[in-house]
Design a binder for this molecule. Structure first.
Ligand code: C2E
Ligand code: MG
Ligand code: MG
Length: 706
């Protein structure tokens, strides 16, 4: 490593104005294996030193032009010359001239007259010393560069804790240099950390091997994290290497947060919940206790999102998350007996689905109580920007070990129970009972099937005729969607329409039906040269889509159907929601010439009061009231009242589900305008309907119960 300064091949520059002395020097040195260059004055010496870069310079003091001191000074000013040993040869041995020589940068001096026998030894010695010095210098420079580049802070510590040496690392949150009153780690570090260091040091000393660990320090209201490595040093000394790892820790935490927590609500996500549930099952199996999984799904949340926007939806979700959290915190009576762990945990599984875990239960009743409390708590209105909304929930509960002994089964069964709660009219709690799982599986399968039903040509529109009670003539048709599933056969719309609403497919289906019906009716009109009215059902989800009215008008325009021949059948949920936008949408459709009917009247809110505020033309009395008209006097009276009130409001009335002559006669007597039902015909495929009603419109009574 580096240059060898003592290999006999070194070049010595002799500077002296005395040729005899130069010759003597050359002879002696060459004999000892050195190479020699000569200069006879200072100026020549400067040139030669640059040209040859000698290993040692022997320099006379008294010379013409530039004396020895001056020459030495100039050599030292040069980067190469700074470290070349310079031997000053002088006859002046007084202290002053020696001082003069050293302050000019001389390495050593040789008194004249020169002892020639000593010269080679002297030169060799000086070369060796210079080599050691050079190596030290480079090694120190290297060390300094290394230490400066290192993020680590180093401490050399005596067994009693005294800090013997300190070298700061270059990280922002590195440990500071110990002050004068902190020269023992007891004074330098907080008590608990100092104790920790002592323990580590003890191990290093007793085991003679390195120890690695981590510690943290509070600083300016934040926590900095450090990695500590202790290694044995000399004697009773230990070297502590401290690296700041706060950023690494933070990003580890961040990764953990991203992986295990839900961004919107800050609650644990499905992943973390599964771990917690697994732990709870394990604990319960060892202790013979129970675990409950409560699947909480918000009712109609999709509608909130669709009508009021996603940011409002987010507010609702956060509010609900908070409430659930409070519900759980409030309950401090359920705490695991042997730990400080809370007995309940909450997570968001995604969308509007939350799940609550009850651990270490003794009885099912505890789960019932919690589920009911959550359900009740969630019925409190959510307030936002001065509006109040009620968001109810459906809760399904499954229990370990009764309803399953593993995570997946428990979650699946809680989900199944939740669907039962939904089917039971929402805002309710249901426990899992084994028979449900098959249905939910089918349901999933169907939901997927529905996504492809349009593409696979499994959907059809059927048409059910309406008859004018006054004239007995054909009055139009209602378009009703049919799904023929390749495996399950015909699936009734009462099954798949709500499903389509829940999984967001309803708008797609609704538009498909509308386009089909408009095209079909337009084709019939052109073929039979007569006006035919068609009514199309609209789901509330579809209606609250922002561009519903535009979508309808587009279909009308595209198919070329006269808007006057189209009627939209709306549900009460749409019309009850008399916010400005609803009325604006209705007016837009109305203005285009489309007529509006309220479907299934009497089953929902049954309030006539809002009808006169809305641009509705027709009321359809639900089959429920028509069904037992002849035997149930109350329903007969309701039908009569609805017809009378509707007429008072200038609305047309259609009675649905008319199956008997008796019903038809009663309705005619009450001046009901139109009827629809199996008495006239079931919903029919378009070809059958055309044959039966359009080419033979004068004689509808011939077609019954096809
Ligand atoms: P809805 O609009 O009230 O349609 C009338 C339902 O009563 C139809 O059932 C029809 O087949 C049935 N019905 C008609 N007359 C009689 C009768 O005399 N006796 C009996 N027992 N039933 C009769 P369907 O076709 O099963 O449709 C059920 C519901 O599904 C419809 O009720 C409607 O709300 C919905 N639906 C059907 N097609 C569509 C559609 O394209 N879009 C939307 N959003 N909903 C649809
Ligand atoms: Mg209808
Ligand atoms: Mg109806």
């Amino acid at each position: 490593m580096g240059r060898n300064y003592c290999n006999g091949d070194d070049l010595i520059l002799i500077v002296d104005d005395d040729p005899t002395l130069r010759m003597m020097a050359r002879t002696t040195l060459e004999k000892s294996g050195f190479r020699v260059e000569e200069a006879e004055d200072g100026e020549q010496a400067l040139r030669k030193f640059i040209q040859h870069q000698p290993s040692v310079i022997m320099l006379d003091v008294e010379m013409p032009k530039l004396n020895g001191y001056e020459t030495c000074k100039r050599i030292r000013e040069d980067a190469i010359g700074a470290h070349i040993p310079v031997l000053i040869t002088t006859g002046l041995e007084d202290i002053e001239s020696l001082n003069h020589a050293f302050s000019a940068g001389a390495t050593d001096f040789l008194p004249k007259p020169i002892d020639w026998a000593l010269i080679p030894h002297r030169v060799r010695h000086i070369l060796r010393a210079n080599r050691t010095y050079y190596e030290l210098r480079t090694s120190e420079a290297k060390n300094n560069a290394l230490l400066n580049a290192m993020p680590d802070t180093l401490f050399v510590i005596r067994r009693n804790g005294d800090i013997v040496n300190f070298l700061a690392g270059n990280e922002a949150a590195s440990l500071p240099e110990p002050r004068g009153d902190q020269l023992n780690i007891k004074d330098y570090l907080p008590d608990n950390v100092a104790r920790y260091w002592f323990n580590c040091m003890q191990k290093v000393i007793s085991q003679g091997s390195a120890q690695q660990s981590e510690f943290s320090l509070d600083h300016d209201n934040q926590q900095n994290h450090y990695e500590l490595q202790m290694v044995p040093y000399l004697n009773d000394l230990t070297l502590a290497i401290v690296r700041e790892i706060t950023n690494r820790k933070r990003s580890e935490e961040e990764v953990h947060r991203l992986a295990y927590f839900d961004m919107l609500t800050g609650l644990p996500n499905r992943q973390l919940f599964r771990q917690q549930l697994a732990d709870a099952i394990e604990f319960a199996s060892q202790n013979g206790t129970k675990v409950a999984a409560l699947y909480v799904d918000l009712d109609n949340f999709k509608r909130i999102n669709d009508t009021l926007g996603h940011s409002f939806g987010d507010v609702v979700l956060k509010t609900i998350a908070n409430r659930l959290d409070n519900c759980i915190r409030a309950d401090d009576c359920i705490t695991r007996a042997d730990t400080e762990e809370p007995g309940m945990r909450l997570a968001r599984l995604g969308g509007d689905e939350f799940v609550v875990l009850l651990q270490d239960l003794e009885s099912e009743e505890e789960a019932v109580a919690v589920a009911e409390r959550i359900r009740t708590e969630l019925t409190q209105p959510v307030e936002h920007l001065g509006h109040e909304f009620v968001v109810t929930s459906s809760i399904g509960v499954s229990l370990y070990p009764r309803d399953g002994d593993n995570i997946d089964t428990l979650l699946k069964n809680a989900d199944v129970a939740m669907y039962q709660a939904k089917n039971a009219g929402r805002n309710s709690v249901r426990f899992y009972s084994g028979t449900m799982s098959l249905r939910s599986l089918e349901r999933l399968e169907l939901e997927n099937g529905l996504r492809y039903a349009i593409q696979r040509n499994e959907l059809k529109v059927h048409y059910q005729p309406k008859i004018d009670l006054g004239s007995g003539e054909f009055a139009g048709v209602e378009a009703l969607l049919r799904w023929h599933h390749p495996e399950h056969g015909n699936i009734p719309p009462s099954d798949f329409i709500p499903m389509a609403e829940e999984c967001g497919l309803i708008s797609l289906l609704g538009e498909w039906v509308l386009r089909n019906a408009c095209q079909q009716v337009k084709t019939w009109q052109d073929l039979y040269k007569r006006r035919i009215n068609v009514a199309v059902n609209v789901s509330s989800q579809q209606f609250f889509n922002t561009d519903f009215a535009d979508a309808v008008l587009r279909e009308i325009f595209d198919t070329g159907l006269d808007p006057c021949n189209l009627q939209l059948e709306l549900t009460e949920t749409i019309l009850m929601n008399d916010v400005k936008e609803t009325i604006a949408t209705l007016n837009k459709l109305k203005k285009a010439g489309i007529s509006l009917a309220m479907d299934d009247f009497g089953t929902g809110y049954s309030s006539l009061s809002y009808l006169n505020r809305l641009p509705v033309d027709t009321l359809k009395i639900d089959r429920l009231f028509v069904m037992d008209l002849e035997t149930n006097r109350e329903n007969a009276a309701i039908c009569a009242a609805i017809i009378a009130m509707a007429h008072a409001l200038d609305l047309k009335v259609v009675a649905e589900g008319v199956e008997t002559e008796g019903q038809k006669n009663y309705l005619r007597n009450q001046r009901c305008d139109q009827i629809q039902g199996f008495l006239i015909s079931k919903p029919l495929p378009p070809e059958t309907l055309a044959n039966a009603f359009l080419s033979n419109a004068k004689n509808p009574a011939l077609i019954r119960n096809t």
